[in-house]
Ligand binder design. Structure first.
Ligand SMILES: Nc1ncnc2c1ncn2[C@@H]1O[C@H](COP(=O)(O)OP(=O)(O)OP(=O)(O)O)[C@@H](O)[C@H]1O
Length: 412
């Protein structure tokens, strides 16, 4: 089932599908490549094709051992394709699904690799905007690194930005994957390099814990938690590593580390973590919303096997044979939606065997947390003022939004 892609490439076999298209194992003049063929409805969009060509230099310019390089962009008839280096291995989501939690040394080594890749991208003025385990590939042909981990490479650079389109995603819409979205994006601010640091810290937390710090339940609830809730410590995590995570999950973008510093600090921790087993943490339950009021828990979208509380990037984006519906395109929430009536849905991780939420002890903690959240809400109402204006002006008569993502690569 080989097919020609432009005049230089042949696609031989499907490696996998994502929300934007299909990735093929292919062949080019210089040997094997991976070819990401965008979905037909995207490739027939003239505006997107124009953007594709416009972004050419930024996309082709990134060369780093921890970045999957884009070698070529092909616009040929109905085909729109990114030709990338072929990584022989697997993606981090697959490894995480298999192992559930990684040993801290391996998790930190992978995160350090990704941080190095991000540092190179940020230095070139490129923000990834969709850092998540699905977009980290593990090179299984190269030598093993600390903790027996394979070299990690970040892929899908610029794809979120390419697909972002004023007609599809007005300034009032959020593009990204709910579990990994920085709070400032939820508040409607343009994405800067620090959103990648927040997402990477979320990935590192997930590698250590087996779940993301603010995930679970309805995407709207996830977005709200990013803005209102603080991350709860993981039992047994070394303090130095925890402090790094907390700093990079800071609500204020300026408080987060830069990618190069994060990479260096993570690598410094590797000797301390050598030989440490995976953390013994039980996945928390999502607390029901207002259980005292007898209100039901927020509904989880029922369409298909959605694993991470997400909806497709753009309408119709749900791939038929993939369970990786990991993008969302949502309206910027209004303050009251973000505040959620000041009732938290925090997911406190429990040491293995600790009592589940709902016990008398936990109800007290919950009430205390809600009081804190009520205070946060007051601050939040001010903070999301801009978001509210955007959200309430999202009707079709509104003036065209400023497309912050349509300009030259976002500067870090
Ligand atoms: N350069 C590459 N080399 C080898 N395999 C790749 C490469 N790029 C992607 N793949 C594989 O192709 C599959 C689909 O990748 P793709 O980037 O389209 O989807 P995704 O990142 O899982 O989802 P989404 O695009 O919705 O975020 C993945 O399983 C990934 O492992």
């Amino acid at each position: 089932m080989a097919r020609k892609i432009g005049s230089r490439y042949t696609a031989h076999q499907i490696l996998g599908r994502g929300s934007a298209g299909t990735v093929w194992l292919g062949e080019g003049p210089e040997g094997p490549v991976a070819i990401k063929l965008l979905r037909e409805d995207l490739s027939s969009d003239q505006e997107l094709v124009g953007r594709f060509v416009q972004e050419r230099t930024a996309l082709l310019g990134l060369e780093h051992p921890n970045v999957v390089s884009v070698r070529d962009l092909v616009v040929d008839g109905n085909d729109l394709a990114l030709v990338m280096d072929l990584v022989r291995g697997t993606d981090l989501r697959t490894r995480l699904d298999r192992e559930r939690r990684l040993a801290p040394e391996a998790a930190v080594a992978i995160a350090a690799d990704v941080a190095d890749g991000l540092a190179a991208a940020h230095a070139a003025g490129v923000v990834h905007r969709d850092v998540k385990p699905e977009n980290v590939l593990l090179d299984m042909q190269g030598p093993l690194g600390p903790g027996g981990s394979h070299r990690a490479l970040l892929t899908d650079f610029g794809v979120a930005k390419l697909i972002d389109n004023p007609r599809r995603t007005r300034a009032t819409k959020i593009i990204g994957t709910p579990d990994y979205l920085a709070p400032e994006i939820v508040e409607g601010l343009p994405p800067r390099a620090s959103v990648d640091i927040y997402a990477l810290a979320t990935v590192l937390y997930e590698l250590l814990a087996g779940f993301t710090p603010f995930g679970g339940g309805h995407p709207g609830a996830v977005l709200r938690r990013h803005v209102t809730e603080t991350v709860v410590p993981l039992p047994g995590i070394p303090d130095e590593l925890w402090q790094l995570l907390v700093q990079c999950l800071a609500k204020a973008p300026a408080s987060r580390l830069r990618a190069s510093e994060l990479a260096a600090r993570l690598r410094e921790l590797l000797p301390l973590l050598a030989g440490m087993p995976p953390l013994d943490v039980d996945e928390p339950d999502v607390e029901p919303v207002r259980e005292e009021d007898g209100e039901p828990e927020e509904p989880v979208p029922s369409a298909g096997p959605v694993r991470r509380g997400a909806v497709p990037l753009v309408p119709g984006a749900r791939p038929s044979d993939s369970n990786r519906d990991t993008h969302t395109s949502m309206r910027v929430p209004a303050p009251d939606e973000l505040a959620g009536g000041a009732h938290g849905t925090a997911r406190a991780p429990r040491a293995a065997g600790a009592p589940r939420p709902g016990s008398a002890r936990n109800r007290t903690t919950t009430r205390r947390r809600r009081l804190t959240l009520a205070a946060c809400t007051v601050a939040l109402v001010t903070a999301v003022g801009v978001g509210t204006w955007l959200a309430t002006s999202s009707d079709e008569d509104a003036p065209p939004p400023q497309d912050t993502k349509n300009s030259a690569p976002t500067s870090p």
